[in-house]
Write a protein that binds this ligand. Structure first.
Ligand code: BTN
Length: 251
């Protein structure tokens, strides 16, 4: 069902399919540690039995209806303190792809939830393997809700719910990989400023007053931008504070 994409140079050119596995991120990490693998190696399954989400959450996806895969990247060109740009690359690629497919406005909820009509359509889990000051390898895990029609939560949606179309997963994977490769090459070529500006333009609830929660305290603030390491900068009254992923929640 999944074929080597014809439209990429390296993304997905080595493709590992397993019918089921606990988590493609975990499997991709094992594969990358066992023997040398080419950049862009793709690990994909129809059924994750213990899909991992951010903040230790579980990623649930109905078997055979969605895309659940991980890419092995080797961003040796990227300084450790710029590793958030890998999140930016994958978010923007998903946004490029979903804009084309759904013709809807696509927002990025920091750090890397992809939203359409205020509901989550895709989640990303990036895990970097670091050694002293270099990023040895990156596992970029992507869950994209494609043909699933029912979710346990009302805050999730899918491509089919948004468009009423049914999608062929293999074909959609190839198109998406093309977008991911383009944005990744843009980063490799040094265009991180362009990527950051596009990310900020797509940021959900940016420049609007909202209530946030941090360590159990509620406060009103306005998302301004990100600091150089990808922390969210929120203006509260006269000061601007930066928050990491475990330090802030949207209310
Ligand atoms: C999130 O939004 O919480 C991140 C979800 C990431 C899910 C994907 S599915 C493929 C890959 N393998 C995993 O175990 N997780 C990621």
């Amino acid at each position: 069902m999944y074929k080597i994409p014809a439209n990429t140079l390296f993304m997905g050119q080595n493709l590992v399919f397993v019918p089921d596995c606990p988590s493609t991120n975990t499997l991709a990490l094992q594969i990358s540690q066992q023997s040398p693998v080419n950049e862009g190696t793709l690990v994909i399954t129809d059924h994750q039995t213990a899909g991992k989400g951010q903040r230790g959450n579980v990623w649930e996806a109905e078997p055979g209806k969605n895309l659940t895969f991980s890419l092995i990247l080797k961003p040796k060109f990227l300084a450790i303190n710029k590793q958030f740009f890998l999140n930016i690359v994958i978010c923007l690629a998903l946004r490029d792809y979903l804009k084309e497919k759904t013709s809807c406005a696509i927002y990025i909820k920091w750090p890397n939830d992809i939203l359409v009509h205020e509901k989550k359509i895709s989640g990303i889990l990036i895990e970097n393997q670091l050694q002293s000051s270099t990023i040895l390898s990156t596992i970029a895990g992507i869950g994209l809700n494609v043909n699933q029609k029912h979710f346990n939560t009302s805050t999730a949606t899918s491509m089919t719910m948004v468009t009423s179309d049914i999608f062929e997963l293999g074909a959609e994977l190839s198109i998406l990989l093309g977008f991911i490769e383009s944005r990744y090459i843009q980063l490799r070529q040094g265009h991180s400023d362009v990527l950051m500006n596009l990310y900020l333009d797509a940021l959900y609830r940016r420049n609007e007053k909202h209530i946030f929660s941090s360590h159990g305290n509620l406060f009103e603030g306005v998302i301004e931008d990100l600091d150089p390491s990808g922390r969210l900068r929120i203006r509260m009254r006269d000061e601007v504070k930066s928050f990491g992923i475990k330090e802030i929640q949207y209310v």
